[in-house]
Design a protein around this ligand. Structure first.
Ligand code: ADP
Ligand code: MG
Length: 333
């Protein structure tokens, strides 16, 4: 099982940023209201994700680290319309096969309760000992790839790896405004984002994560048609310093990179004559979970719509209309 875990780890754990994504998705699935991410040395030395979610009980702790142990899917039918982010039960097993992992959790209200389990490269049966922890879970991943030197060698500089971590954090924090987020790198707070879902608070968060300029030249939209709703912010071409990589698209709260979506947005941009401009956007598409599969692959952020054409047309026409109304020089005032 150890080798199988290390092979699986190659799929899920590419670099520190992928560990952050998996641990944070677990924290989100556990219903957390507050998630703190600590990073040292770009994540190669330490990654810690601390949450105030449901926690994990004593008996379930070793189970959480074993392969294909998931508490999230009961039947295959449930895969349709699955709402939780993880469901394969391989992330923690994969991560602990290539790191020194410590899990401390408390599933009860008793603040003195809590249990701890430590594994190093998965070489032994995990032993569970009492350890106080407030309700919730802390996972600490040290020395990523310490036992797979070939992979450790592929880690880039601290700055590059940290950049990937921050980008993963940005996507996650943009996906859930109702959660309070903290990101620290080498003990310094980089982002502290209080939970709030009113529009001004959302815009404050976007400003903090993407820079203030993003919103100064962005159009806020909120459009619905039938069971589809599209809302968010689209950059206008007056934003001359827009970074081309500021493209965030979420489907039912899950970040997605999809050709059909990208095409619809590009097409709408081009039609409104924003020539040569890279579209920048933070957009949220909400659809009936039954007409979309967001769990095609654990890491590739792919999505499969039951009726892709309909979704494409909705995106294109919504954006086209909103952008045309905001076209420079044609505004009412
Ligand atoms: P998956 O998320 O696909 O179920 P993981 O390997 O990521 O698989 O996690 C295994 C299990 O450990 C989860 O199903 C969940 O029961 C438990 N778990 C992991 N992280 C947390 C957390 N932060 N809070 C509560 N439970 C957790
Ligand atoms: Mg998971």
């Amino acid at each position: 099982p150890r080798l199988a875990n290390q092979i699986a780890a190659g799929e899920v754990v590419e670099r520190p940023a992928s560990v952050v994504k998996e641990l944070v998705e677990n924290a989100i699935d556990a219903g957390s209201r507050r998630i703190e991410v600590d990073i040292e040395a770009g994540g190669a030395r330490l990654i810690r994700v601390r949450d105030d979610g449901s926690g994990i009980g004593e008996a379930d702790l070793p189970l959480a680290l074993s392969r294909h142990a998931t508490s999230k899917i009961v039947s295959l039918e449930e895969l349709e319309g699955v709402a939780s982010l993880g469901f394969r039960g391989e992330a923690l097993a994969s991560i602990c096969s290539v790191s020194r992992l410590e899990l401390v959790a408390n599933a009860a209200e008793d603040p003195q309760g809590g249990w701890r389990v430590v594994v190093e490269g998965r070489q032994m049966e995990p032993r569970v000992t009492p350890a106080p922890h407030p309700r919730g879970t802390s996972v600490t991943v040290r020395d990523l790839f310490f036992n797979t030197p070939a992979r450790r060698k592929f880690l880039r500089t601290e700055k590059t790896e940290y950049g990937h971590v921050e980008e993963a954090f940005r996507r996650l924090a943009l996906s859930r405004f109702d959660i309070t987020w903290v990101l620290r790198h080498n003990q310094k707070i980089v982002h502290q984002l209080p939970a709030s879902i009113d529009t001004m608070a959302r815009e404050r968060r976007i400003g903090a994560l993407l820079g203030k300029g993003f919103l100064e030249h962005a159009l806020h939209l909120d459009l619905g048609a039938g069971s589809l709703r599209l809302w968010g912010w689209v950059g206008l071409p007056t934003h001359s310093r827009a970074q081309a990589d500021q493209q965030y698209f979420f489907v039912n709260g899950r970040v997605v990179r999809d050709r059909l979506v990208a095409h619809a947005i590009r097409q709408a941009y081009r039609d409104v004559l924003f020539h040569g401009r890279h579209p920048v956007f933070v957009l949220y598409l909400e659809v009936d979970p039954l007409i979309v599969d967001v769990n095609v692959h654990p890491t590739k952020h792919e999505v499969r719509f039951r009726d892709g054409r309909m979704v494409h047309d909705f995106l294109f026409s919504s954006l086209h209309r909103a952008l045309a109304e905001a076209r420079p020089g044609e505004q009412g005032d």
